[in-house]
Design a protein around this ligand. Sequence first.
Ligand SMILES: [Cu+2]
Length: 111
Amino acid sequence: MKNLILVIFSFFGYVGAANAQKEPVTLKFKVYGNCEMCKATIEKALDVKGVKAANWNTETKMIEVVYVPAKISEEKIHELIAASGYDTEKAKASDKVYGDLHSCCKYPRGK
Ligand SMILES: [Cu+2]
């Protein structure tokens, strides 16, 4: 009987952990960029499954992303932004995509 209770409790513990992963969480980090056009590109890059909302601030260069960890990873979010041409704290855009950005969008970059 004790074992059965233990099994039931660990089952609910497992379900609880799985549900936690399905809850949206908010991530805030820096994305290098310049203007409203950058904002549109960055936010469009995150128009994917698992991302509930993305809002990049042109003044502070900070992005707020609401996403579901069970559906998309934090790393993937950084990679998607980098693939659209913008460097983040964790992922760097390739010189090719950076070079393809509109001239007004070529944000200052380190070497
Ligand atoms: Cu721009």
